[in-house]
Design a protein around this ligand. Structure first.
Ligand code: FCB
Length: 477
């Protein structure tokens, strides 16, 4: 891999002053249903694409599945107590669609709804604001069998499911996120196939991305009437994309990846149109005939908040004719039409996922969304890092993870100072969990989970975060 001619700014912000966040800043932590709940075959739940995928040989590291995960389904009370001990102001969780609507259509499953109703009641009783995500990747398998997200009807099914949740929880849940990271659902699920359902077809990935956004828009319209006063939003995962040099080829590579990773979703949702350059880049992959008249108006239905998940930056370089680039991002087929763009590893510090640590990239990302797209309140709905943890005398001293959070909170504060209406921050994750294709081999939690004994140990980062929440900011270092 080549070295950057002029390396962009990387690493942590070097400010070490005490910092106070605006009053009412929403301090939270996030999880997702399939990653923590377990109880895969209980309470009337049917299979999602992640059950099928993880049970298919060779799809996840060591064949790990979410069958048991953190057994959160049976440990709800204890886990909410841990959240209360941390002093969380909000908890972002996702609903398992096949738990509440087995098969993805038809009536609700009362037993499934009861689990989330108990959860929300316990959160509220502890003064923790529930933040509900409707879709964090676990599509009912029956809907995948009927075509999955590349099929238009899945969008309508999603809106029906949203209404069913509004009936069950609309009186108690104020914050509703439709989709978590539609880029991953579309381009990892149907492009490279490293995520469920594991299909690999560029045109299907683009169609899936469109129908996910259509489902989002239809759900927003349905929820707008069904839950008066709700704060409705979507969560996108954004990356600053930096060319490795200012040569025209590298700059164009960055433009292409930025279009696929970021603007594919930001532009339709916040501006009501696909970017022209994206459509041109994808001309050999699809003619966009899946976009019907009126879709973009639905997709750009007004929102109340925008959620941003931030982990790292992409640094890219022009293709070298005749050479297949090494797959930096797991498998290049997640970049349809631009598979030949090279992802450059600059040799800066990385997490256990191999993702570059780049806190200034969070400032850049938040500023971009605010300055180029919207005045809406923004929330960092996920940010965090995997590192190898060691239990020593019953304690986990995760200094690297703590430093990562510290740097990214300083970045969040810097964005606020620059005028970004950032209203909250959710650490990923509350606890170690099933990290998708990586199974249990990557730990992102502030709380350590011993999967054999199902015990929990708050790590140093958890104790530190509790103090951040208590003082509504960061102490001097
Ligand atoms: C995000 C996902 C989340 C988790 C983190 C590490 O892409 O939304 O479920 O896997 O990455």
């Amino acid at each position: 891999m080549s070295n950057p001619a002029t390396p962009p700014a990387v690493g942590v912000l070097d400010e070490r002053a005490p910092l106070t966040f605006p009053p009412g800043f929403l301090w939270g932590a996030a999880t997702a249903a399939y990653q923590i709940e377990g109880a895969a075959n209980e309470g009337g739940r049917t299979a999602s694409i992640w059950d099928t995928f993880s049970h298919t040989e060779g799809r996840t590291v060591a064949g790990h599945t979410g069958d048991v995960a953190c057994d959160h389904y049976h440990r709800l009370g204890d886990d909410v107590r841990l959240m209360a001990e941390l002093g969380l102001k909000s908890y972002r969780f996702s609903v398992s669609w096949p738990r509440v609507q087995p098969g993805g259509s038809g009536p609700a499953n009362a037993e499934g709804l009861d689990f989330y109703q108990r959860m929300v009641d316990e959160l509220l009783a502890n003064g923790i604001e529930p933040w509900l995500t409707l879709y964090h990747w676990d599509l009912p398998q029956e809907l995948e069998d009927a075509g999955g997200w590349p099929a238009r009807d899945t969008a309508a099914r999603f809106a029906d499911y949203a209404l069913l949740m509004a009936d069950a929880l609309g009186d108690r849940v104020k914050y509703w996120t439709t989709l978590n990271e539609p880029w991953c659902s579309a381009f990892l699920g149907y492009g490279s196939g490293v995520h469920a359902p594991g299909r690999s077809d560029g045109a299907d990935a683009v169609r899936a991305g469109h129908h996910l956004m259509l489902g989002h828009g239809l759900a927003v319209q349905a929820l707008r009437t069904a839950v008066p006063g709700a704060q409705l939003g979507v969560t996108v995962n954004l990356y600053p994309v930096t060319p490795v040099s200012d040569s025209p080829g590298d700059v164009d590579a960055a433009r292409r990846i930025d279009a696929l990773a970021n603007r594919f979703f930001l532009d339709p949702i916040l501006r009501g149109a696909y970017p022209d350059d994206l459509v041109a880049d994808l001309a050999k992959v699809t003619d966009f005939d899946h976009v019907h008249e009126g879709d973009l108006a639905v997709i750009s239905s007004p929102l109340d908040v925008v959620g941003i998940n931030y982990y790292s930056r992409h640094v890219v370089a022009a293709p070298i004719p005749g050479e297949q680039p090494e797959a930096y991002w797991r498998d290049q087929a997640c970049w349809p039409g631009s598979e030949d763009v090279r992802f450059v590893n600059r040799g800066v510090p990385v997490t256990d996922m191999g993702w570059e640590i780049d806190a200034p990239g969070l400032v850049e990302t938040l500023r971009r969304v605010h300055e180029e797209y919207t005045d809406l309140p923004l929330y960092v709905t996920e940010n965090g890092s995997a590192f190898v943890d060691e239990v020593v005398d019953g304690q986990v001293d995760d200094v690297d993870r703590l430093a990562y959070f510290d740097a990214h909170l300083r970045a969040s504060h810097e964005a606020i100072s620059a005028g970004v209406p950032l209203r909250g921050y959710f650490a990923w994750s509350l606890m170690d969990n099933f990290e998708w294709a990586w199974g249990y081999t990557k730990r992102f939690g502030m709380i350590y989970v011993d999967y054999d004994k199902q015990t929990r140990i708050p790590k140093s980062s958890a104790r530190w975060y509790a103090e951040v929440i208590r003082r509504n900011g960061l102490a001097a270092q």
